[in-house]
Design a protein around this ligand. Structure first.
Ligand SMILES: N[C@@H](CCC(=O)N[C@@H](CS)C(=O)NCC(=O)O)C(=O)O
Length: 207
């Protein structure tokens, strides 16, 4: 079942999909179509009216978005360990972890937008601080969950999203010392980032 993924090498949401596909053994089913969401000629809006990557185009031409929906679809396309538990408290703990990590990304991307759109003296610092507070609070919640042994090392859509969020912070916020005061999270990420799915999808700017 060949599929087309509207892809950007720097998008952490796209990375979630790429990592999920790799963990499910589906990477070779995906054709990556490099898409600049800012380019109206990219045709992206045909596949996602919201004009965002990732969007997954299925064999029949229909499309799926956003990253949680695509990852759930891929999880159902291959046998083997489920990345999203089918039911019960584990399912909702996993989905909540994904929502928290995606929220880190949403906040961080708003900060990137503010930094890119305005010269430094015109940036709205209270807005930036508010978003970074969300990021810090979410990372603290990960540290507490690790302390309580409620997050393991196995890939789930929750831990994949966490890994992609932390990878994005390292990529776009290299001066943000998120490891400080969060030793368990730092250790967890060091190990998780070594998974081939993660090591093979490190974000990079176009050369
Ligand atoms: N909630 C969406 C977020 C996707 C998203 O914001 N993608 C960004 C790239 S990192 C994008 O395409 N932005 C273009 C735009 O907002 O116009 C998901 O999980 O897939």
């Amino acid at each position: 079942m060949p599929m087309k993924l509207r892809f950007s090498p720097t998008s952490p949401y796209v990375r979630k999909v790429v990592v999920t596909a790799a963990e499910k053994g589906l990477a070779d089913q995906l054709t990556l179509v490099k898409t600049n969401a800012a380019d109206p000629a990219s045709g992206l809006e045909r596949d996602n009216p919201l004009g965002k990557v990732p969007a997954l185009v299925l064999e029949d031409g229909s499309s799926l978005f956003d990253s949680p929906v695509i990852c759930e679809y891929l999880d159902g396309q291959a046998k083997g360990r489920k990345l999203i538990p089918a039911r019960g408290p584990k399912r909702f703990a996993t989905l909540k972890l994904q929502a928290t990590a995606d929220g880190v990304l949403d906040a961080a991307i708003l900060v990137m937008g503010e930094r890119r759109q305005r010269p430094e003296d015109k940036q709205h610092q209270p807005f930036i601080e508010k978003q970074m507070k969300k990021v810090g609070n979410a990372l603290d919640s990960f540290e507490r969950l690790l302390e309580a042994k409620q997050i393991g090392r196995a890939p789930t859509i929750g831990t994949i999203s966490m890994g992609c969020a932390l990878g994005y912070l390292d990529f776009r916020f290299p001066d943000y010392k998120w490891r400080k005061g969060r030793p368990k999270l730092a250790r967890w990420y060091k190990s998780f980032a070594k998974r081939p799915s993660m090591a093979g999808s490190v974000p990079k700017d176009a050369a």
